[in-house]
Each structure stands twice: as structure tokens, then as C-alpha cells.
Design a protein around this ligand. Structure first.
Ligand code: GDP
Length: 137
């Protein structure tokens, strides 16, 4: 059974659509193995997005990710990583397929509602970043 990491970003948490987004995952057959609402520190956000630290949007991305609480979850199921990416839609909500989370809940490429691991290798790293083994059940 595959596991992947999801983050409901500060824009979607502020819009009060956490339940609606979690429902998308469950309705698509993914199980929530763990979930929690947390406020990231600047160091957390910089470490989590370290892979992007040379990109021009890095500082904006970090500031956005600490602008309010996020909801981090571990989603579990068959093809969980790819299935979550499909449910999320394209990074830029203007390019996201109708019916995807980003098309329905995101406003811009910065404030794009959700994060999802983009490979199984990254999923493991990202899950370990946020959750202890005993939280996954
Ligand atoms: P994702 O896997 O679809 O989230 O996309 P990436 O891993 O490529 O980028 C990580 C995050 O950085 C995205 O979700 C956006 O919030 C942000 N981002 C990516 N590209 C851009 C960009 O060109 N401009 C800005 N402002 N933010 C971006």
C-alpha cells in the first residue's frame, strides 16, 4: 500500500475548506493514515522546500507557507502518490483541470491550496519530516 504526503496550504485553511479537501481524498478511495493542523516556523518551511532554495520564488513560497496554519496528512492507498497529484491538478490553478482541488479552491500559483509529494522517494522523506511512526495508523 502506497503512502504520500499532503499539505493543505494556508490559503485553503483560511478559506475553511479543510473538510471539503479531505473529502476529495476519501471519496477517491484514499485513506487518511495521519493528519494534523500545525503552524510551520520559517526554518520548517525553508527545510521542507530546500530543493527550491535557488528558485526566484523561494522566499515568497516560504513566507506564504508560514502565513497561517497548514493541515498535513498522510494519504494511503493504491497509487496514492499519483492519485493525489491527479486530484490536486496542475501547479498553476489557471491550468488545472476542472474538478481538481486547485481548479476549485486555489487562486494563484503561489496560493495554490495543496501540496502533494511528487515521487515515492520524496513521499517517504516528507512523511518522516512531519510524522513519527506511531502517528501513522
Ligand atoms: P507542485 O509539486 O505542483 O506543488 O509544484 P513545484 O514542486 O514545482 O513547486 C512547489 C510550489 O512552489 C508550488 O506549489 C507553488 O506554490 C510554488 N511555485 C512553483 N512555481 C512557481 C512560480 O513560478 N512562481 C511562484 N510564485 N510560485 C511557484
Amino acid at each position: 500500500m502506497e503512502q504520500t504526503l499532503s499539505i493543505i496550504k494556508p490559503d485553503a485553511v483560511a478559506k475553511n475548506v479543510v473538510g471539503k479537501i479531505l473529502d476529495r481524498f476519501e471519496s477517491a478511495g484514499l485513506r487518511i493514515a495521519a493528519t494534523k493542523k500545525i503552524q510551520l516556523s520559517k526554518a520548517d518551511a525553508q527545510a521542507f522546500y530546500a530543493v527550491h532554495n535557488q528558485r526566484p520564488f523561494f522566499n515568497d513560497l516560504v513566507e506564504f507557507m508560514i502565513s497561517g496554519p497548514v493541515v498535513v496528512s498522510v494519504l494511503e492507498g493504491e497509487n496514492a502518490m499519483a492519485k493525489n497529484r491527479e486530484l490536486m491538478g496542475a501547479t498553476n490553478p489557471q491550468e488545472a483541470e476542472p474538478g481538481t482541488i486547485r481548479a476549485d479552491f486555489a487562486d494563484s500559483i503561489d496560493a495554490n491550496a495543496v501540496h502533494g509529494s511528487d515521487s515515492l522517494e520524496n513521499a517517504k522523506i516528507e512523511i518522516d519530516f512531519f510524522f513519527a511512526q506511531r502517528e501513522l495508523c
